[in-house]
Design a protein around this ligand. Structure first.
Ligand code: SF4
Length: 157
């Protein structure tokens, strides 16, 4: 299974991902309708992309009264607009705030990984976003954590 991974050390806060996401889904460059969101922490010059992580235990799916949210074979939680009645229970249930209302408040929107080729990853020239096999993602994190430990050990802290 492939997952969307973020390296916040590389994110420059350019928001290209937000523009690309909204254009890919709605045909307009409107970050308010992006399924990925960049939170800015300007005091520390840190930018944190957040998005639906397709939870294994997806509360949004559990609370949907019309079963408009279902899991695809590739593991993506997909939203069927023909079944969605706009009750917003999924918006309330998501612990991460990653299902939200569109800017006109008429639709619920969430990341669908663009059918397996996420636009946000394609346009992120900083390399902050990757779409990788989950095993590779874990290995990458282990290597980064080990490098941090080594740096601390060498620095004597
Ligand atoms: S495109 Fe990449 S660098 Fe730019 S805001 Fe998005 S994640 Fe950060």
């Amino acid at each position: 299974m492939k997952v969307l991974m973020v390296d916040i050390d590389k994110c420059t806060g350019c928001r290209a991902c937000e523009y690309a996401c909204s254009f890919a889904h709605d045909g307009e460059f409107n970050p308010l309708n992006s399924r990925i969101h960049i939170s800015e922490f300007l005091d520390d010059f840190v930018f944190v992309p957040t998005y639906c992580t397709q939870c294994d235990e997806a509360y949004c799916m559990d609370v949907c009264p019309t079963k408009a949210l279902t899991r695809s074979q590739s593991g993506v939680v997909e939203l069927d607009y023909d079944k969605c009645i706009g009750c917003k229970q999924c918006v309330i249930a998501c612990p991460w705030g990653n299902i939200k209302l569109s800017s006109d408040a008429k639709r619920v929107i969430k990341c669908d990984l663009c059918g397996g080729e996420p636009e946000c990853v394609r346009v992120c020239h900083a390399g902050a976003l990757e779409f990788v096999d989950v095993e590779d993602a874990v290995l990458g994190k282990q290597i980064r954590a080990a490098a941090n430990i080594k740096r601390s050990a060498v620095a004597g802290v």
